[in-house]
Design a protein around this ligand. Structure first.
Ligand code: ATP
Ligand code: MG
Length: 415
């Protein structure tokens, strides 16, 4: 049998890694709450149409990246590749489209069949927020401000540049799409195979191509900003002025697209060059067309998602909380005594380890490895006098403490 390992593109979140993920998620959750975004979760899998319909068969995600399967009842299901479609589906399912705005934060695993590399996994994890039912520009600015605050609290904001663009409203976008298709059609044979395919299905996505040949052709392509009607220009100007009010710097990038039909107006990405090719840590935009594609009527939406793996790689992660006390009993009876004494201390919130064996040397080694602040030792000699030996691992100081005083000693605020 081949060596057992997790499937390609997946990884185990062992405690050290999990600690980094939790730091990112906890930071994001509390920042989100400070803006009034409350946590919610949708199922890990949905009916395939929840993603296929809005994302479009033409999108990269649906055409190449989804994990879809028929379940035993014959339903076609898809592991969620992203969080927005599910969140909007949930809003509609719960009948909340008349109770707006709704403000959601989520965190959890996403699944895409991709070529794994650093910062690109098949099972990866995202945090994200969705603001549903707000069509005005303050909503666009609010989700960006929240994203920026999270990056700032994680200590990575200075490593990231906010790229900002507008795709305009539907009318502006279709005028531009036509101009872009006209231009690119003249260069069709020089485009990459992927971009040739996108020319009919999803031409805006070509702007996002990483192919050098495509890039060269795009230099002279028409610019979306020349096709914006006044409504689209006003929305973008208002978004920018809200960002200016709170002094969030941005870089206008007229090539920044989302490539999904339901995105319009604002798009943005926080990009770093500290992670090599996988530089986008947070990406989002306005998706006013999504709810109606899912059959929920007109509901405005704007939000973003960020890769937890990429954020954890950039952040300084505080180490796991060390052990407060390691308790070592030198016989089974003494182990039982310590097992009992540990309970109220744990209940009080302290992190207590009770040794699983009576070998003092080995247990002291383990106490060191766990960075335990104190060790308590109970042997025959101590038991006879109703005391325990208390050793401070910081300075090696030892003292005896009456068994009856142990709880109050550790529960008093000075320790
Ligand atoms: P890319 O152009 O890198 O493929 P994308 O447009 O597919 O990105 P989004 O769908 O916007 O990415 O996802 C938002 C964020 O989620 C990304 O900016 C990134 O941080 C993270 N992310 C996306 N796909 C992956 C993945 N396969 N592995 C790890 N993180 C990912
Ligand atoms: Mg992708």
């Amino acid at each position: 049998m081949a060596k057992l390992q997790s499937p390609r593109g997946t990884t185990d979140l062992l405690p050290d890694v999990m600690n980094g993920h939790r730091h990112v998620t906890d930071t994001a959750r509390s920042a989100s709450l400070s803006f009034g975004y409350e946590e919610m979760a949708t199922p890990i899998f949905e009916f395939t149409e929840v993603f296929a319909r809005p994302l479009g068969e033409a999108s990269d995600v649906v055409s190449k990246e989804t994990y879809s399967f028929a379940d035993r009842g014959g339903d076609s299901l898809t592991l969620r590749p992203e969080g927005t479609a599910g969140a909007v589906r949930a809003l509609i399912s719960a009948g909340l489209t008349q109770t707006l705005p709704q403000k959601y934060f989520y965190a959890g695993p996403m699944f895409r069949y991709e070529r794994p590399q650093k910062g690109r996994m098949r099972q990866f994890h995202q945090i994200g927020v969705e603001l549903l039912g707000v069509s005005s520009a303050i909503g666009d600015a609010e989700v960006i401000a929240l994203g920026h605050m999270i990056l700032n609290q994680l200590g990575v904001a200075t490593d990231c540049v906010l790229h900002l663009n507008t795709l305009g409203d539907t009318a502006s976008r279709s005028a531009y799409r036509q101009a872009l298709v006209d231009y690119l059609s003249d260069h069709k044979t020089a485009l990459s195979a992927d971009s040739q395919r996108r020319l009919d299905l999803n031409p805006l996505r070509i702007l996002d191509s990483k192919d050098a040949g495509d890039q060269a052709i795009l230099v002279n392509a028409p610019d979306l900003s020349d096709y914006l009607n006044s409504l689209s220009q006003d929305h973008f100007a208002a978004t920018r002025s809200f960002l200016d009010v709170i002094k969030i710097p941005y870089h206008i990038n007229s090539r920044l697209v989302r490539g999904l039909d339901y995105y319009g107006h604002t798009t943005f990405e926080f990009i770093t060059d500290a992670l090599g090719a996988q530089g986008t840590v947070m990406a989002g935009g306005r998706y006013d067309g999504l709810a109606s594609m899912l059959g929920g009527g007109e509901v405005s939406g704007v939000g973003w998602a960020a890769g937890i793996e990429r954020l954890a790689m950039l952040s300084d992660i505080p180490p796991l909380k060390p052990v407060d006390v390691m308790m070592i009993g030198m016989s089974d009876a003494h182990m039982a005594t310590l097992f009992r004494l540990a309970m109220p201390l744990r209940d009080h919130g302290l992190r207590i380890e009770t040794a699983y064996a009576t070998n003092l040397g080995k247990q002291m080694k383990r106490a060191n490895r766990l960075r335990s602040r104190y060790v308590v030792i109970l042997g025959d000699d101590e038991a006879a006098r109703n005391v325990v030996m208390l050793r401070s691992m910081a300075d090696g100081q030892q003292s005896e403490i009456a068994i009856d005083d142990l709880a109050s000693h550790f529960m008093s605020p000075i320790v």
